[in-house]
Design a protein around this ligand. Structure first.
Ligand code: SAH
Length: 451
């Protein structure tokens, strides 16, 4: 049976072939079975095949020429053999029939579920081992990190974060949504790091895009099933942070910034020890608390009251770690309004951090995003004292590093400030970047001296 394409992208629909073949079509079977022993699969366009051969793992639904699925199965299969337009095997992919990214390659060979589960085990172990050194040294400073980062660890759609003794799993593609996959993940995590609780935390937006059902709220694993751990306190760079699995954004914290927190504090110590610092979009106080180790006055701004309440608890938990006379305050407000008003009122700071949310969630949103970045950076530069420190971040993949640098340079020109690049940084190493898969690179962090 040929399933009609279910893509949302309409662009190439007119030119792509929708053929109706009987399930056991001898022609397609010959091409696929010769290499795969699979009867059914997806044929992709030349463009998609070239992309896969260059090391990428995604196929957009608009690049699928046709899919041939087993007639008997009511549910779409989790795994699909992928062939190029001539029928030459490219590998096996996780299949997401309702998503724009319809196929995510997990092997360059033809594999079935058992082999996939073995691969999952092997790759997850390797991903955890890659992080072990970072988790172990220096002792007691860090007990949290991303254990698995999706495509960057060859496990598309699988994100796993460790917060102290609590592990949070996100399954972000339809093909991962199975009891066998969950069991395999739990077994590796128990063997490798033996956490006290493993929870699954769905991402509602992705769940809708991928057409996935709501997972059970019960923990995937708990040492004490009657009292699973759902909240804890974890450590980054020797500072304590509260974590609540039932609250907050992403999996709960922004672990990708943890090395940048330290870098920001190190530079502030060099350029303006004891100065006045501002953390814009502070969330639960990540940058602000690190800056409170070296500054005399820190203000954190965020539009989310719930986040600032956690920031206040985090402040209380770290008092003994901070500069003894530091004053820290939190402001619930819109960053654009506050920065505009304070720049007009000639407020002055020694250090400013800008870490807004991803303004560009799609390519189409890039122009608006650049305007947003320009505005925030302009106001920050107007408020920085001579030789002030600006730590400016963008976590939009669609805004490239060069676009981001250009917009920060344009803000500097408008503010009549000369800006010296001290460091170009990205996400922490537990969020690796694969050069063949540019989407794995998203976070940019520029550390600048505004002269
Ligand atoms: N710097 C943080 C992460 C920031 S995430 C850390 O390292 O943990 C982005 C934050 O921006 C979120 O907490 C969100 O609530 C906040 N935010 C979004 N739009 C905002 C706005 N217009 N003004 C102020 N804060 C905003």
């Amino acid at each position: 049976m040929i399933k009609p394409k279910t893509h949302k992208r309409k662009k190439r629909e007119a030119s792509s072939t929708q053929r109706t073949l009987p399930p056991q079509n001898p022609h397609s079977q010959e091409k696929l079975t010769s290499a795969t022993q699979a009867d059914f699969g997806a044929r992709v366009s030349r463009r998609a095949a070239d992309r896969l051969r260059a090391g990428h793992v995604w196929v957009y639904s608009s690049d699928i020429e046709f899919t041939e699925l087993a007639a008997a199965s009511a549910e779409p299969p989790a795994l699909l053999p992928v062939a190029d337009y001539r029928g030459v095997l490219l590998g096996t992919a996780l299949y997401s029939p309702t998503s724009q990214i319809a196929l995510r390659l997990i092997s360059r060979e033809a594999i079935r579920e058992t082999e996939w589960l073995n691969l999952l085990q092997e790759r997850l172990k390797a991903a955890i081992e890659r992080r072990m050194a970072a988790l172990q040294a220096p002792k007691g400073e860090n007990d949290s990190c991303r254990l698995c980062f999706s495509e960057a660890d060859e496990l598309p759609g699988l994100v796993i974060d460790k917060y102290d003794d609590l592990v949070i799993v996100q399954l972000l593609t339809k093909g991962l949504d199975s009891p066998a996959v969950r069991d395999q993940i739990v077994s590796v995590l128990r063997e490798q790091i033996n956490p006290s609780t493993i929870l699954e935390r769905p991402d509602p937006r992705i769940r809708e895009l991928e057409g996935m059902s709501a997972p059970s709220p019960a923990p995937l694993y708990a040492v004490d099933p009657a009292h699973p751990l759902t909240a804890t306190q974890f450590q980054l760079n020797g500072l304590k942070f509260h974590y609540d699995a039932n609250a907050g954004q992403k999996t709960g914290a922004f672990l990708d910034q943890h090395a940048n927190y330290k870098a920001a504090a190190d530079w502030a110590r060099i350029l303006s020890p004891g100065g006045r610092a501002l953390d814009v979009c502070t969330y639960q106080g990540g940058f602000a608390l690190h800056l409170a180790r070296v500054s005399n006055h820190v203000t954190g701004i965020d539009s989310s009251r719930a986040s600032l309440e956690v920031a206040e608890r985090n402040l209380a938990a770290n008092r003994d770690q901070l500069r003894s006379n530091v004053q820290v305050d939190w402001l619930e407000a819109d960053a654009f309004t506050v920065l505009r008003d304070w720049a007009a009122a000639k407020e002055r700071f020694d250090t400013i951090v800008l870490d807004p949310p991803a303004f560009a969630k799609s390519k189409r949103a890039v122009e608006g995003a650049l305007r947003g970045y320009k505005e925030l950076n302009l106001r920050a530069m107007q408020m920085l004292k001579p030789h002030g420190l600006l730590v400016t971040c963008s976590c939009s993949h669609h805004v490239s590093l060069s676009d981001f640098e250009a917009i920060v340079a344009a803000a500097a020109a408008d503010a009549h400030r000369r800006v010296r690049l001290l460091e170009r940084r990205g996400a922490a190493p537990d969020h690796p970047v694969i050069l063949n898969i540019p989407e794995t690179e998203y976070l940019k962090c520029l550390i600048l001296e505004v002269e």
